[in-house]
Design a protein around this ligand. Sequence first.
Ligand code: DQA
Length: 145
Amino acid sequence: STILVLHGPNLNMLGTREPEVYGHETLADIDDRLKHQAAESGHHLLHLQSNAEYELIDRVHEARAEGVDFIIINPAAFTHTSVALRDAVLASDIPFIEVHLSNVHARESFRHHSYFSDIAEGVICGLGSQGYDFALQAALKRINR
Ligand code: DQA
């Protein structure tokens, strides 16, 4: 099976971006670890980070055509703004888990609303990059079911 991991804007800055909020690991560290974990269970993991809304939307459209089985997405700031990315995910009909490194509920009130949470299989936030590992475990369990 194939799992797609999508990272939204500014997550390319992980490691140096507000490390007290987002940690010291880089995005490449996280993606490499997830790729390994998926491969160990005999699955294929693809990933994309983009600062451009349309690139994430186009990638979700492609995912449907490619037969991607599951999406793990941290929409970053688009979480709180993007009806367009929400609609793309809905159109793809691919189950997904929403991940945030920080506990968005303990931060500014504009981060409390997500355009994705009500249509997600599950939401993980506040556990740092470990949240991606938990999301992958859950995704693999669902795929193998
Ligand atoms: C984030 C939380 C968002 O509010 C923020 O805009 C981000 C990262 C997180 O992973 O904690 O860029 O999605």
